[in-house]
Design a protein around this ligand. Structure first.
Ligand code: HMG
Ligand code: MG
Length: 324
């Protein structure tokens, strides 16, 4: 049963970042076969956009050093399914092209401190690192997502001016990114800030059709922020199955908005996503088992109790003589 609200889109693309943003932050090594099974289950649940992994320096993010092996295990994305990977530089692009990737994502920062910590470069230097990557990727026919991190607040620099974010957003759009995701990397934003940034971007001719939102849920604000973003025309929302995630180079970044929490809200509002909430919850329960800790998602916790447990085999009756 759903109850719509006026002014919301009929359909939202849920851009699943669990395998990348989620698993990049795990302290233990996750076997490549578990990652591949995770992606297969996400696709089977109906996801049509799954960010699979990153072709970054294995020294910087050892958790995703198996990117090529993982994509080989998963196979090519079916027609109509986006399976982007993060790529910071030309070396990453070469690796991604060799793996048959059809969409990449470059990832810039709105703040200088995070650019330095995450990419070992200033904001301007990192934009120059991305430029040949975007050029070549577009020339090869790839779609290119751009991220901007720390769009609302930064653990080292405090609050971030929307005008500064808009300046960097314009650079990425002018470079040729086909979608721009606005990151609240440490989950500090509140709804007024989201509206202020979207308004500022609109004034600078960056339309909501080009944008996605990427909220981490550190302070429990991700769903409220998402709702106001939808009310302002956003139709692509990043989320992570089971609320996995964080960024290894951002102090105090916790998991992303949990996809199940998002689906509960969207489906309750009558918004189509194409993703099966129950199937996804089963996946997150399975993944939580693999990681050895429960999912922080409120929807997963609530729904997992109701999921039919696999049928338990009837106890085999021991022959009477054995019981004596
Ligand atoms: P650097 O150390 O300045 O790189 O790092 P370099 O170009 O000097 O190269 C150093 C070594 O790394 C060389 O190897 C390169 O070949 C190698 P050596 O000669 O010493 O043997 N190397 C690579 N190897 C494989 N693949 C590559 C690659 N590049 C260099 N692509 C660099 C610069 C950008 C590489 C590094 O800082 C890096 O990899 N950073 C990635 C950090 C990261 O992945 N962070 C998490 C993702 S961002 C995020 O989570 C935020 C987001 O979710 C949005 C939000 O929440 O806001 C997207
Ligand atoms: Mg993130």
């Amino acid at each position: 049963m759903s109850t719509p609200l006026p002014g919301l889109p009929a359909r939202v693309t849920v851009y699943e970042v669990g395998p990348r943003d989620g698993l990049q932050n795990e302290s233990g090594v996750i076997p490549v076969e578990v990652k591949a099974e995770f992606i297969r289950q996400l696709l089977a649940a109906g996801h049509r956009a799954v960010e699979a992994t990153s072709f970054v320096s294995p020294t910087w993010v050892p958790q995703l050093a198996d990117a090529a092996e993982l994509l080989e295990a998963v196979g090519t994305a079916p027609e109509g399914v986006r399976m982007p990977v993060l790529v910071p530089n030309e070396k990453g692009l070469q690796r991604a092209l060799a793996a048959g990737v059809r969409e990449i994502a470059v990832f810039g920062s709105a703040t200088e401190t995070f650019a330095r910590k995450n990419l070992n470069r200033s904001v301007a230097e990192s934009m120059e690192m991305f430029r040949p990557v975007v050029d070549r990727a577009r020339a090869e026919g790839l779609a290119v997502r751009g991220y901007l991190s720390m769009c609302f607040g930064d653990p080292w620099e405090g609050s971030v001016d929307p005008q500064v974010v808009a300046g960097h957003a314009r650079t990425l759009v002018a470079m040729g990114v086909t979608e721009l995701s606005l990151g609240d990397t440490i989950g500090v934003a509140t709804p007024g800030q989201v509206v202020a940034l979207l308004t500022c971007l609109g004034q600078q001719d960056i339309s909501v059709d080009q944008l996605a939102v990427h909220f981490h849920d550190t302070y429990g604000q991700a769903l409220s922020n998402t709702l106001v973003a939808l009310q302002h025309g956003i139709t692509v929302v990043d989320a992570s199955a089971g609320g996995l995630g964080g960024c290894p180079y951002a102090k105090s970044a916790t998991g992303n908005l949990a996809t199940e929490d998002l689906l509960w809200q969207l489906h309750g509002l009558g918004i189509e996503t194409g993703v099966d909430l129950e199937a996804l919850t089963r996946t997150s329960v399975w993944m939580a088992d693999q990681l050895g800790r429960p999912s922080p998602s409120r929807a997963v916790q609530a729904l997992a109790k109701d999921l039919a447990t696999p049928p338990v085999a009837a106890p085999v009756e021991a022959p009477i003589e054995e019981l004596q």
